[in-house]
Ligand binder design. Structure first.
Ligand SMILES: C[S@@+](CC[C@H](N)C(=O)[O-])C[C@H]1O[C@@H](n2cnc3c(N)ncnc32)[C@H](O)[C@@H]1O
Length: 162
């Protein structure tokens, strides 16, 4: 499994803890500072044998095709970033918020991961499901693309199954 934009490693760690030992995770991030935090957290949970850390701008340094991709990438709009506590790099996805997610989908298509990767899970902003599903449908017309609500009732998870 590939966790893109792993940040503190929370998703990578939770998935290792909740699944059988046969899932190995590549945890990637563009930020070396984030990867240092992820490394510490992964070590604390004794998961260094299952989680490999790699610095990468989206898929740029990812060579192996993952079976599963998960990504909670930045999705906040540029103009809504002011006053937020986290660094801009962790939150802002572009002018409209969803540009980085679009870039990831384009790279999945370019690298032909859709031929081997089975499923992609994307956390998205509460009002982005329609536009992201539409774009994913254009790129991957044969895929099954669905979305799910979070506990507050907002559409926050997109699943793309190839
Ligand atoms: C919203 S945080 C999510 C962190 C973690 N996945 C979580 O769910 O708690 C987004 C993360 O994406 C990373 N990021 C931003 N741009 C990126 C890029 N182009 N490629 C890879 N990671 C990126 C940020 O450094 C940040 O750690």
């Amino acid at each position: 499994m590939l966790d893109i934009g792993t940040g503190s490693g929370a998703i990578a760690i939770a998935i290792c803890k909740k699944t059988k030992k046969n899932i190995n995770v590549l945890a990637s991030d563009i930020s070396p500072q984030a990867l240092n935090v992820a490394r510490k957290n992964i070590a604390t949970h004794k998961l260094l044998s299952r989680v490999t850390i790699v610095r990468s701008n989206l898929l740029a340094n990812i060579d192996k095709v993952p079976h599963i991709i998960v990504a909670n990438l930045p999705y906040v709009k540029e103009k809504n970033a002011r006053g937020l506590a986290d660094p801009k790099l962790a939150l802002v996805g572009g002018k409209n918020g969803y540009e980085l997610i679009f870039n990831l989908l384009e790279q999945i298509k370019e690298k032909k991961y859709d031929k081997k990767t089975r499923v992609v899970f994307l956390e998205i902003g509460h009002n982005q499901a329609r536009v992201i599903k539409k774009y994913a449908t254009v790129l991957f017309p044969k895929a099954k693309i669905t979305s799910k609500n979070d506990l507050a009732g907002y559409n926050r998870l997109i699943t793309i199954e190839y």
